[in-house]
Design a protein around this ligand. Structure first.
Ligand SMILES: *Cc1c(COP(=O)(O)O)cnc(C)c1O
Length: 387
């Protein structure tokens, strides 16, 4: 690939010494599952992000599952979730025997549309999961107002939004619970899987700590039925080193986004393609830079870029309401029209911190070539349609 979609190797070398030193400490300690390294990471994570309690677990998917378990969500309950998200947001609901209720998105931000959420709330609704997609917070004030005084919990899926803010408040620190992922492609990625729960509620934090170790306290006395979802100490050691670099990587991602906006303007593509919309209330952390390619051209453009050795991704090619495993829920594709349209139009471009200006210029230049060289899609016509 001339321009890789994601290239971790560019930061591995510079972190090697620091990471290996921390890994050696864990090795020497002989404590590998939870333990002091995990406790330290939890404290540093909470402090760094302005969260009261942080409880580590084995993955972002488990964080969502544990959040719902702690709220006793189960059969007969409904949880409103976006359909335009990663699978784990909804599978956690189904795994507990509850029903995911899919809501549509705001086409500008790809985040939950509070009006559509409101229309899907019933007397069975126990929670909503607000996903902060691509690094920008969902409109938390409006979502919280929607459920206010109805005994409905708001869970934040902040897997893609570590460090993001909404009106100055941190992702994961606005709802009742926040869920984070340290999967390697996230803004803070471990050397494997990891996750974190956040909450301001002391009781819930204590419950998360129990549920992640089979509800066990003291040893071999089980107060509730939990799961095994311990973070390992090696992951905590890696993540502690990487957490210190997060502000710098955040800056680099924001700079890359700014350069894309400039380049798309320079190549006169900003009226043809839908560029990301940043809400004035949001601090965006750019886990993904996602453009909208109208008029059925998305897959053609992607093929063109692949042939030019430029990596792209599609988040997500199918709404969850269209997935085979959720067919029993009975949604038709057009039931969520904005989700349906987004899945056919979105294209994610590389935005990892170490991406260079030259690579971005090459990429945007190739997109310009695609449009200016294609007689079938006159630029004038496309402009009118987009306006
Ligand atoms: C990555 C992701 C998850 C799951 O996190 P894992 O650590 O991979 O289990 C959940 N929700 C969203 C929106 C994600 O992007």
């Amino acid at each position: 690939m001339l321009v890789p979609f994601f290239d971790l190797s560019r930061q591995l070398v510079s972190l090697r010494e620091d990471v290996l030193a921390e890994l050696a400490k864990v090795w020497d300690s002989g404590v590998f599952a939870l333990g002091p390294a995990v406790g330290q990471f939890e404290r540093e994570f909470a402090e760094c992000l302005g969260l009261k309690h942080a409880v580590a677990c084995a993955s972002g998917s488990d964080a969502l599952l544990l959040a719902l378990m702690a709220l006793n969500i189960g059969p007969g309950d409904e949880v409103v979730v976006p359909s335009f998200t990663f699978f784990a947001t909804a599978s956690a609901v189904s795994r507990l025997g509850a029903t995911p209720v899919f809501a549509d998105i705001d086409p500008a931000t790809y985040n939950l549309d509070p009006k559509d959420v409101a229309s899907r709330i019933t007397e069975r609704t126990r929670a909503i999961i607000a996903v902060h997609l691509f690094g920008q917070c969902a409109p938390m004030d409006r979502l919280m107002a929607t459920v206010q005084s109805r005994q409905i919990a708001v869970i934040e899926d902040a897997a893609q939004a570590i460090g993001a803010q909404w009106v100055g408040r941190p992702a994961g620190g606005m709802g009742l619970v926040g869920c984070f992922s340290f999967y390697p492609t996230k803004n803070l990625g471990g050397a494997g899987d990891g996750g974190m729960l956040s909450t301001a509620c002391d009781t819930l934090a204590a419950k998360f700590r129990l549920l992640r170790v089979h509800g066990m306290h003291p040893r071999y006395y089980h107060r509730m039925i939990g799961i095994n979802s311990r973070l390992d100490a090696f992951q905590a050691a890696v993540l502690r080193v990487k957490l210190r670099h997060l502000p710098q990587w955040e800056k680099q991602r924001a700079e890359n986004a700014r350069r894309y906006f400039d380049l798309f303007r320079e190549f006169q593509l900003d009226h043809i393609l839908g560029l990301p919309y940043v809400d004035p209330a949001a601090k965006h952390v750019w886990n993904q830079f996602v453009i909208r390619v109208p008029e059925g051209n998305r897959d053609l453009l992607r093929t063109h870029l692949t042939e030019a050795q430029i990596g792209t991704e599609i988040y997500y090619p199918l709404g969850l309401h269209e997935q085979e495993c959720f067919a029993h829920l009975g949604y038709a594709p057009e039931d969520l029209p904005e989700t349906y349209r987004a899945t056919r139009e979105v294209l994610a471009l590389p935005i990892f911190p170490e991406l260079t200006y030259e690579e971005q210029r090459l990429l945007v230049g190739q997109i310009a070539r695609f449009y200016h060289g294609r007689a079938a899609v006159p630029v004038q016509h496309t402009r009118k349609a987009a306006a």
